[in-house]
Each structure stands twice: as C-alpha cells, then as structure tokens.
Design a protein around this ligand. Structure first.
Ligand SMILES: C/C=C/C(=O)SCCNC(=O)CCNC(=O)[C@H](O)C(C)(C)COP(=O)(O)OP(=O)(O)OC[C@H]1O[C@@H](n2cnc3c(N)ncnc32)[C@H](O)[C@@H]1OP(=O)(O)O
Length: 258
C-alpha cells in the first residue's frame, strides 16, 4: 500500500507504523487518520504480522495532537462529526484490533497523540517524552476518547488535573502514573518495543486476540461516556472560547478567554 503521511515497515512478524509529518510534529489530519486506519486494517489481516508498533517520525514528537489548522473553523455539527469519525476509524479501531499494538512514545504525545497512545494496548516512552491533553487551552475538550481512557489508565483525580490544567507530564511521572510501562533513552525505545513484541510473538495470536476482547470488555460498561464526549466536543465548536483558542494557536499568541 502507498501512503503519503505514514511509513510502514516489516521486520519478520513485527510491523512498525511511523506517523510521518515531522514538520507538523506528526499532527493527525484527516488523511493521516484514514491512512492509519487502512494500514492497521491491512496489517491485522496479514497473517505474517503478529505485533504492530506505532511511533512518530523525528526526534521531537510522537503526535502533537489533532491538526488544529484543519478544524479551527468547524461548526458544532462538524466538530461532533470529527470526534465520532475519528473515534470509530482509528481510536476504537486500534483498541479493539485483534493484533497487539504497542505505542513507542518518542516525544510530545498531546491531545489526539496521547489519545492514540492510550488506544494502543500498552505504551513505552523515551525519557524526552511529554504527555498531556491540552484541549481546554483551545476552548475544546479531548474528543478522541481521552475523557474516557485517561481516567481508566491513571485514575479520575489525576486525569481531571491533567485535563483541567492542560499541562504536560514528563515520562517519569507518566511511569509513576501507570500511563506508560517503561521509560528508556530515545536510542533504546524501538529496540525495547521490538524486544517486547518478540516476546508476544512467541505466544498464541488467537489467544491474544481473545485476551484483548476480554480485557476491553471489562472497561466497556459505560459506552455512553464516549457518546457524551462526542456531543460535548461538538458543542465546544459553537463557543467563542473555541474560536479564540484555535485562532490564538494559529496566530502564535496566547489565548485571551473572556
Ligand atoms: C480531538 C483531538 C483534539 C486535539 O488533539 S487538539 C490539539 C492538541 N494539541 C495541542 O494543543 C498541541 C499543539 N502544539 C503545541 O502546543 C506546540 O507545537 C508544542 C508545544 C507541541 C511544540 O512547540 P514548538 O517546539 O514551539 O513547535 P511549534 O513551532 O509549535 O510546532 C512546529 C510546527 O508544528 C505545528 N503544529 C504543532 N502541533 C500542531 C497541531 N496539533 N496541529 C497543527 N499544527 C501543529 C506548528 O504549528 C508548527 O508549524 P509551522 O512551523 O508551520 O508554524
């Protein structure tokens, strides 16, 4: 398959998907989300692929979020559609993929970037990684599952603090929170992910697929939370704060919320 925004490499039964928009810190635009969906779908069908590693291109970012330039003039309806489509095509899709997906977090994982890492089955970070959900600084809320998956992973209080302050935590704090399983140097990141993937490939892919289903089932009692997120995310697009927040980012200035 040919992609413009991602790279896909195979090494024996381990595939690595690299989001490749380094000039935009690998921000997730519509095309990238579609390409990621297509790549995950094809890799999941490929019987020779037993584990997928997802990472970002360059030394600075895993993914710095959804592409703000693409949605800054969206209406409430378009906002809700962006969230619903993204959740279905990529974030829920990855979480429920039968093939295990490891996030190799190699720098900024913000907004949709952290949401993508959280949709993966587990995460490994480099020691320069910074993670956060800064959406409220743009006048919007996390819309790719972040309000649901962050509390699941780190607990409600820590998640609320991260969401409300829009702040970033470093890799060591993410490790202490249980958001990532390991922290290593940037040079060690992909080798460790490949080593962990290698351990997984020794086991039954069929059993692992069932295990993924069983683990996810334990967290899906309140599917309504995701619906609520979509609705609230869309409603943010009708507010003056959203217009100010995204315009300020694109104009490279601090937002001035009334
Ligand atoms: C449903 C999901 C919603 C969301 O995910 S909302 C988005 C949440 N993410 C954010 O709010 C983070 C936005 N990015 C930043 O705050 C900063 O970046 C960083 C702190 C990560 C890094 O700052 P620095 O080192 O100064 O780099 P730089 O010059 O800001 O970024 C390099 C280029 O990358 C573009 N970029 C970065 N993040 C995004 C993004 N999320 N959407 C669109 N573009 C982005 C910039 O604009 C710029 O581009 P140019 O060189 O052409 O000016």
């Amino acid at each position: 398959m040919k992609f413009d925004n991602i790279l896909v490499n195979h090494q024996e039964d381990i595939a690595t998907v690299t989001i490749n928009r380094p000039n935009k810190l690998n921000a997730l635009n519509r095309d990238t989300i579609q390409e990621l969906h297509d790549a995950f779908k094809a890799l999941n069908k490929d019987k020779n692929v037993k584990v997928i590693i997802v990472t970002g291109s360059g030394e600075k970012a895993f993914v710095a979020g959804a592409d703000i330039a693409e949605f800054s003039d969206f209406s409430e309806k378009e906002g809700a559609k962006l969230s619903a489509k993204g959740q279905k095509l990529l974030f829920d899709y990855v979480e429920n993929l039968a093939t295990p997906v490891i996030a190799a977090v190699n720098g900024f994982a913000l907004g949709g970037g952290l949401e993508l890492a959280m949709a993966c089955h587990f995460r490994v970070a480099s020691d320069n990684a910074k993670m956060g959900l800064p959406e409220v600084s743009l006048g919007v809320i996390p819309g790719y599952g972040g309000t649901q998956r962050l509390p699941q992973l780190v607990g409600k209080g820590r998640a609320n603090e991260m969401i409300m302050t829009a702040g970033m935590i470093d890799a060591q704090k993410a490790l202490a929170y249980g958001l990532v399983n390991y922290v290593v140097t940037p040079e060690e990141l992909l080798p460790l992910c490949n080593k962990l993937a290698g351990k997984i490939t020794n086991n039954s892919s069929v059993a692992i697929a069932y295990a993924i289903k069983a683990v996810n089932a334990g967290f899906s009692t309140d599917t309504d939370g995701f619906e609520k997120e979509i609705k609230a995310f869309g409603e943010c697009f009708g507010t003056d704060d959203f217009k100010e927040g995204t315009t300020a980012f694109l104009e490279k200035r601090k937002a001035n919320f009334e």
